[in-house]
Design a protein around this ligand. Structure first.
Ligand SMILES: [Zn+2]
Length: 275
């Protein structure tokens, strides 16, 4: 950029004032990179990339909206009872929806996990798997790969201002991590997407885009956070063997927090030998 701005043609076309403004903007962006590149929420477990106020907005909307909304003119007794009844109803609706989903097959996906994961989870996996074709991949040394895609950063045509804010191009640095206690292998990426969202990002799918890896090896349930499983949605908290198993599965997910995506040693071997 600096070389381009120093060219005689650039100086002639843009003028010194404009070039000075670009230099100043560059410097400001550089100084504020820690704030603008979203480092604060970079590795927050299960945050789903939510904005800071999202949980509050959600509660606000549930309490103050809909047919059972509360308002300032209500007395405390009625407000409390209204909120509790409304919360109970929403929890029941949620349980019924989760039970209905158990027998529902997500036809928009051809993945073998479509009947085991909730619609949202499968849709996210499909989306990021499709976007992996825009990624480039390089193995920099044994057990370390870099992936990048500039297509994701093309100018947006959307009118919302947040789509036009500065975005930093991040190179995804993937490494192999081993759990010292049980020896399980993980592929960790510097983007920390798996930790925040609960499913692997396009960088991971690009790494696994190898001929010798079939679809069952490429995607299995242990790679996905337990909260995307249909069984978890319907039976979590139940006082049954299944309920207890789901607690254990959740415990495993928390234990391997920040490690990355769980993979088999065979898969790592195939990936390492094919690039
Ligand atoms: Zn990544």
């Amino acid at each position: 950029m600096k070389v381009f701005l120093n060219l005689n043609t650039t100086k002639k076309v843009l003028g010194q004032t404009c070039i000075a403004a670009i230099h100043s903007l560059q410097e400001t962006l550089c100084i504020h990179e820690d704030k603008l590149a979203g480092y604060q929420t970079h590795d927050l477990h299960n945050c789903m990339d939510a904005e800071t106020t999202s949980p509050v907005e959600s509660n606000n909307s549930s309490i103050k909206g809909g047919s059972k909304k509360t308002h300032v003119n209500m007395n405390l007794d009625r407000t409390a009872s209204q909120i509790i009844t409304h919360t109970d109803n929403r929890l029941s609706d949620r349980t019924f929806a989760a039970n209905r989903q158990l027998n529902y097959h997500y036809l928009a996906s051809a993945a073998h996990t479509a009947s085991l994961l909730i619609k949202k989870g499968q849709a996210l996996i499909d989306r990021f798997h499709d976007e992996s074709s825009d990624f480039h991949l390089a193995q920099v040394k044994t057990g370390e790969w870099w992936a990048w895609s500039y297509k994701l950063y093309e100018p947006s045509k959307k009118k919302d201002i947040k789509h036009h804010m500065t975005r930093y191009c991040r190179v995804h640095k993937m490494t192999i991590k081993t759990d010292v206690l049980d020896g399980k292998k993980f592929i960790h990426c510097s983007c920390c997407f798996r930790n925040r969202i609960g499913i692997p990002f396009s960088c991971f799918w690009k790494l696994l885009d190898v001929e010798t890896i079939d679809q069952y090896e490429k995607l299995n349930m242990s790679m996905i956070d337990v909260r995307y499983w249909k069984l978890y949605d319907a039976f979590y908290g139940d006082d049954t063997e299944l309920g207890k198993s789901l607690y254990m599965a959740q415990q495993q997910c928390v234990k391997s927090e920040k490690m990355g995506t769980l993979v088999s040693p065979e898969l790592i071997e195939k990936v390492s030998s094919c690039i």
